[in-house]
Each structure stands twice: as C-alpha cells, then as structure tokens.
Design a protein around this ligand. Structure first.
Ligand SMILES: Nc1nc2c(ncn2[C@@H]2O[C@H](COP(=O)(O)OP(=O)(O)OP(=O)(O)O)[C@@H](O)[C@H]2O)c(=O)[nH]1
Ligand SMILES: [Mg+2]
Length: 237
C-alpha cells in the first residue's frame, strides 16, 4: 500500500482505469464530509499515513491524499478528498463534489449536533455532485471518536440505525482515528459498497432500460409479424 498527497484542482480529470503493467487498477474518488471537528482529517491521515495528531489544525481548504488498496483481488487507487467542515468554506467544497464515486458522511459520537447534520451534508452532496434522481449513490456513515467514554457518547445506536434505515440502508461504521479502530475497514467496505451500487445501477440505468425496452419492442414486433403471418396463413388456408 502507498500514500501520497496533493492539491489537485477539481477540473483535472484522470483516467478511471489504468494498467501500469501489474494488472488493471481502478481510480476512485472518495469524499469525506461532516461538521468541523468530527475528525475527517484525522481519519484521512490515519488511513494514508498511519498517524494521529491531537493538535491537528482545522482544514481551511481542500486536502487530497491517495492510497492504493486491494479489495477482493482487485487493485484500487483511492483519491480521498478531505473537505473543510466550517460553513464559511461551503462554496469551496461544492466545487469538489462532481466526479465523486463514494461519499463518507462523518459525525462525532460525542457530538449530537454533528449527527443531526448528516441529512444536510447528504443533501448538499447530492445537489452539487449532480447525482441523477433515482440513482443509488454509495454513501457510508462514520461515527468517529469511538474511543470516548460511554458517558461522553451523545448519539445512540438506535438513532444511527434509524437514520441509516431511512436512507437506503446506508452502511454504518464506528471508528477511532486516535486508536486506529476500523479506519482501514471503512475504506475497504466503501469500495465494496461502491461496486454493489454500480452493479445495481447498471441493471436499472436509463441506457439499460432503453436497451431493454428497445429489445422488448423488437420482440413484440417480431411476435406480431409471426402472429400476422400465422393468421394470414389461417385466413388464406
Ligand atoms: N478522541 C478522539 N479525538 C479525535 C479523533 N479523531 C479526531 N480527533 C480530534 O478531534 C479534533 C478535530 O479533528 P479534525 O481531524 O481536525 O476534524 P475535521 O473534521 O477535519 O475538522 P475540520 O477540518 O474543521 O472540518 C482534533 O483535536 C483531533 O485530534 C478520535 O478518533 N478520537
Ligand atoms: Mg479537517
């Protein structure tokens, strides 16, 4: 596995698949969203660099890091976009949503308000990423700071399960960037969830529907011709 950092502009696109001689590798863009202070930067740094810093600065722009992972025998390079949770950076964030494959909605287990804002983050993402209505988009929910004491926990399991159930059964993970708990696992699960959604969308995509309708129309016409010919035969016979 390898990690690297950059501040690439959102307009610069790269090929989604590449083969550097070691087999096909897929590039996926992952966005971390959530209130300021929930631990997005800490999760990213734990995932890519394996480090944790108690005094990490609040993000004031966009940071992107890459890491290669292997999931179910397939190579992926995840470009993870770490956004600034503060409201004043909203317009900056929005430019980075398009072209995203996976969105990680993050809250802190010791801050109820950050959980209550998940719907807002989800809506903001769906709008600015221009996800077509009816498309299944791979969201995952992360409850970070799982290391806090039970007394400090402000969000109950029931609350989270209810929210996830009401939002197309979004997968949920509790993490601790501080204690390196479940961080790698979230990204692996995210890739799997993406693959599943992609397969489901392919079955119901507008192009596919069009093809199916086209095929059914051809079948119907062919059957219609056969019936006409049969009936013509009967009439004339
Ligand atoms: N106890 C605990 N503290 C954490 C954890 N993850 C992050 N923190 C702390 O929470 C604070 C905020 O973390 P950040 O990673 O900067 O949060 P952020 O979501 O990136 O915040 P913005 O950049 O402002 O959007 C820092 O003091 C971190 O050290 C964790 O898993 N457990
Ligand atoms: Mg940050």
């Amino acid at each position: 596995m390898s990690g690297r950092t950059s501040r690439r502009q959102p307009q610069q696109q790269r090929r989604e698949w590449e083969d550097g001689g070691t087999g096909p590798c897929r590039h996926l863009r992952v966005v971390l969203l959530g209130d300021s202070g929930v631990g997005k930067t800490s999760i990213l740094r734990r995932f890519v660099e394996g480090t944790f810093d108690d005094g990490v600065d609040s993000t004031i722009s966009i940071e992107q890091m890459e890491k290669e992972v292997r999931v179910d025998g397939q190579r992926y390079v995840l470009r993870v976009v770490d956004t600034a949770g503060q409201e004043r950076f909203r317009s900056l964030r929005e430019n980075f949503y398009r072209g995203t494959h996976i969105c990680l909605l993050t809250f802190a287990l010791d801050k109820l308000a950050s959980f209550c804002n998940l719907s807002m983050w989800r809506q903001e993402f769906l709008h600015y990423a221009r996800v077509p209505p009816g498309t299944l988009f791979p969201f995952l929910v992360i409850g970070n700071k799982a290391d806090v004491t039970p007394k400090a926990r402000a969000v109950s399991d029931v609350n989270v399960q209810t929210w996830c159930g009401a939002n197309a059964d979004v997968p949920y993970f509790e993490t601790s960037a501080k204690q390196a708990l479940n961080v790698e696992e979230v990204f692996v699960a995210a890739v799997r969830h993406f693959s599943l959604m992609e397969a489901r969308n392919a079955l119901t995509s507008p192009i596919d529907r069009h093809r199916r309708v086209d095929g059914e129309m051809r079948d119907l016409k062919a059957r219609g011709r056969a019936t006409d010919e049969n009936s013509a035969g009967k009439c004339c016979g």
